[in-house]
Design a protein around this ligand. Sequence first.
Ligand SMILES: [Zn+2]
Length: 146
Amino acid sequence: MTSLYVIHSTCAPNFGEGQLRERIFRIFSATATTSNPPLKDMLALNAVFRAANAHAVVLPLGEGFSWVWQDKKNMTDRLLWEIIRSAMLLLTSDDTKLVRQCAGDDCDWLFIDNSRSSNRRWREMKTCGNRHKAREFYRRKMGRRS
Ligand SMILES: [Zn+2]
């Protein structure tokens, strides 16, 4: 079975399919609720980050410098390295304070709240926000009748 999350043993020791995504989710979910991310997940993500960086070089490109992946053989691995690097860049940036978890009842999406007031509650108002408001409206309406 092929998947974006297949990780080869050379670049990501001790990871099975989907584990990386789950670890990144748990880390950012903890960040969104200002709690400590699980140490086990942080250690594992760092191990994969180190392995991924073994394939990275910085080269002059255009007017500046850019990260370039040396190993061009395996596109699946390169996608994963990019995901891992993005996660690490976000974790070490000021934007990590803006990571929020959707307040929708059955939604656990994470998003970056770049609203001016930093009080966005839903991934999307059109879907999660409207569903939540409809449920609240229904609850209030039913509460009045009983
Ligand atoms: Zn949502």
